[in-house]
Design a protein around this ligand. Structure first.
Ligand code: SAM
Length: 242
């Protein structure tokens, strides 16, 4: 893919932010400490744990619902997003905001204890750029945690949604621009592991999210319930900087 994915994604979210917040904002406000399309509670998954007194960066924060909740939990949080229109929905929430790409975070080395995103920048940036960038701004012992679409979903998605057939290859097919204009990245598991290791991370967990029984979502086109009960449509990496 051409290296203009940041521009693709900025244009998409600048145009879509009002519709996105109209569709999902209420659910995000109601359950801000929830992961993925099914808002699976942080209290159940324990991805971030106790964030009190930690310096936390949300990478791709949208309207910063997660950031605000963690600030209420006692973290010093910054929300970063490259879309001015998404950040417009976060303005006034009381959390410091940065308009920048996750590929060039405007922070000094060793600034944060936790960098995280829930379908945030990690899925829409080139991992070869973001993984070293996050390693740079995290302190030793710091946590990178992010929820993205699963690699299985990536392999089986077609334009209309998830299918039961392979739609693209395991090897080489690691970036695309969807027809609506979103540029997305994925890596096979072995490549994520090698990339994390190269940049000083140790993997603590890879969580595969299952749609809860009778679960509901505002992202039902993105992640159909029947599919997401049988297979993981989303996954969360937890990796720690040595
Ligand atoms: C699917 S939304 C999720 C936002 C938020 N976590 C939520 O649940 O609403 C993805 C966000 O990532 C942001 N994003 C995409 N590419 C980015 C980049 N290169 N740098 C920073 N943010 C980016 C978009 O602007 C958008 O706000």
């Amino acid at each position: 893919m051409a290296r203009d994915h940041e521009a693709h994604n900025r244009a998409f979210w600048d145009a879509d932010a009002d519709d996105y917040q109209a569709a999902h904002g209420e659910a995000l406000d109601t359950a801000p400490r929830g992961w993925g399309a099914w808002r699976i509670p942080e209290a159940e998954l324990g991805v971030l744990g106790d964030v009190r007194d930690l310096d936390v960066l949300e990478l791709g924060c949208g309207a910063a619902q997660w950031s605000l909740a963690l600030a209420e939990d006692g973290a010093r949080v910054v929300g970063l997003d490259q879309s001015a229109a998404q950040l417009h929905h976060a303005r006034g929430c009381g959390v410091p905001l940065a308009q920048a790409s996750g590929e060039a975070a405007p922070f000094a080395d060793d600034s944060f204890d936790v960098v995280f995103g829930d379908h945030g920048a990690m899925g829409f940036c080139d991992p070869e750029v973001t993984v070293p960038e996050v390693s740079r701004i995290l302190r030793s012992g710091g946590l990178l945690a992010f929820c993205i679409s699963s690699f299985l979903k990536w392999l089986t998605d077609e334009e209309a949604g998830s299918t039961h057939e392979l739609q693209r290859g395991w090897f080489g097919d690691h970036a695309l621009v969807w027809p609506e204009g979103v540029a997305e990245f994925q890596l096979p598991y072995g490549e994520w592991l090698a990339l994390f290791r190269r940049h000083g991370f140790e993997v603590e967990d890879l969580l595969h999210l299952r749609a809860p029984k009778d679960g509901t979502t505002t992202y039902d086109e993105f992640v159909p319930y029947v599919w997401a009960r049988r297979w993981p449509a989303e996954e969360i990496w937890r990796v720690r900087k040595r």
